[in-house]
Design a binder for this molecule. Structure first.
Ligand SMILES: [Ca+2]
Ligand SMILES: [Ca+2]
Length: 472
């Protein structure tokens, strides 16, 4: 009698395990993540982490720019129909969907209209085979957050669970390559001014292919302005790995880790352990030239590089600004009264030039936030100028973004004009310019219809360097 009672909990356990339970795993435990996705730290999430596509990370909005990838390999014990469930959060109606593909089948839309709270969404019905199933998520709208994913046989989840579910598997890829380390390097940059903060995060440079040229991740630094990065590492192999993180850092740039001195350091990651995060801070000295430099971060095992990521480190140009000025004809190159050779020399329209430091003008994504410097205005314009040096005769490329219309002059000649109004990210383009060795003046007029007012003119080709105000 006593023995029978004692065996009861075991019997109950066997019954429970015989009755199939949903397959549950963390969205952030992907084997690989497309460039626009990021791992984000959110307190309300299971494991404190979720997968997200930052708002405005992919342009143009609404297009799927990521291909189906082998994001997860999920083992099912039984073949059959399942419902795909997702614990999601979306802020608004332009951020409430993503694509799901199972075993390379046609992508299906995952969406609902429950906003501003974490909730479980019953997604498409799918068919899983016994064994490994390949699940791929793709971006459809920016701004979606995904915490957990579950596959439930019919009836296993009759109603949406109230909160997070206990994960049952880590979707590692046992059939994947012999070496399969998950390694991601998101950039999170915070600009602080007037007690307000603006945060720009994610794959800032990867949102658009610049005429077929994929841009790398970007950070913007200046003396006193740093950028924070996170390296996320997880081993998808069957054994524990000891890895070394090594960085090729440009001169005058420092990368610090809170518990290391910026030199190579080792990390140990076991299969299935939660993601390891390594926080890194990028800063510079005043001797860093005002241009763009490449920084590489490598992951090594036994001196062999097994993964690499690169970051473009940009110290922005010094900009003088003048405005607000009338904008009778937006998009027209009206520079009446401006000395286009040395435009900063005197006031324009009674307005004096101001010379803000990067901490005063840098907006999200490294743009010049005209609104912050010159104040609010509608149907207005401003002039901005800077001086650059070309290292030798040649063709150089500049990255230009504008909100709203813009006209750019190089040494008094029109170099670029964009008459469209709208978000800066959507105007992102590369502009080529032939320069002789020496100093050149960039003048631009940026127009403003309403809302945001910003521009970016940043060096892409090495050899073009901004001059500090002191040398104008
Ligand atoms: Ca999670
Ligand atoms: Ca605007």
């Amino acid at each position: 009698m006593k023995a029978a009672v004692a065996s009861l909990p075991l019997f109950a356990l066997l019954c429970a395990s015989a009755q199939a339970a949903p397959i549950v795993f963390e969205a952030e435990h992907a084997n690989g993540i497309d460039a626009v996705f990021l791992i984000d730290e959110v307190r309300e999430c299971s494991g404190g982490l979720c997968l997200t596509v930052p708002d405005d990370a992919a342009e143009p909005a609404g297009l799927t720019i990521t291909g189906a990838k082998k994001n997860y390999v999920v083992n099912a014990e039984r073949e059959g129909p399942y419902d795909a469930w997702f614990r999601v959060y979306w802020e608004h109606a332009c951020a409430n969907s993503f694509w799901l593909s199972v075993n390379a089948a046609t992508q299906q839309k995952v969406t609902d209209t429950v906003y501003s709270r974490w909730h479980w969404l019953k997604g498409p019905a799918v068919r899983l085979k016994k064994g490994g199933n390949v699940l791929a998520l793709s971006n459809r709208e920016d701004g979606a957050f995904i915490d957990q994913i579950a596959f439930a046989s019919r009836g296993e989840l009759a109603a949406p669970p109230a909160g997070t579910l206990k994960p049952t598997v880590i979707p590692a890829d046992p059939e994947g390559p012999a070496y399969n380390v998950f390694f991601q390097l998101p950039v999170r940059q915070r600009f602080v001014w007037d007690g307000r903060t603006s945060e720009s995060s994610g794959e800032l440079g990867s949102k658009v292919n610049l005429r077929g040229k994929p841009a790398g991740r970007e950070v913007f630094i200046a003396p006193g302005l740093h950028a924070d990065m996170a390296v996320w590492i997880r081993s998808n192999t069957l054994e524990e790995k000891t890895l070394t993180v090594m960085m090729n850092v440009p001169k005058h740039v420092a990368v610090q880790r809170p518990d290391a001195d910026g030199k190579p350091f080792t990390v140990s990651v076991a299969r299935g352990t939660p993601l390891s995060k390594i926080a890194l801070r990028v800063s510079c000295t005043d001797t860093l030239p005002r241009d763009t430099r490449a920084m590489r971060i490598h992951l090594l095992e036994d001196s062999k590089v097994v993964a690499s990521e690169s970051v473009h480190v940009t110290r922005p140009f010094d900009w003088a600004l003048c405005g607000p000025l009338p904008a009778e004809a937006p998009g027209q190159p009206d520079t009446s009264g401006v000395d286009t050779k040395a435009p900063w020399a005197g006031p324009v329209g009674g307005r004096a030039w101001v010379r803000p430091g990067p901490a005063e003008y840098l907006g999200p994504g490294g743009s010049v936030d005209v609104l912050r410097v010159l104040g609010k205005g509608t149907h207005t314009s401003a002039l901005a100028c800077t001086r650059v040096s070309a290292a030798k005769d040649g063709e150089y490329e500049l990255l230009v973004e504008n909100d709203d219309q813009i006209v750019v002059w190089m040494d008094g000649n029109i170099l670029y004009r964009n008459k469209k109004e709208g978000p800066a990210g959507r105007s992102r383009t590369l502009v080529k310019t032939a320069l002789t060795k020496g100093t050149h003046t960039i003048l631009l007029r940026i127009f403003q219809t309403e809302r945001h007012w910003e521009f970016k003119v940043a060096p892409v080709t090495p050899g073009i360097t901004g001059q500090p105000f002191s040398r104008w």
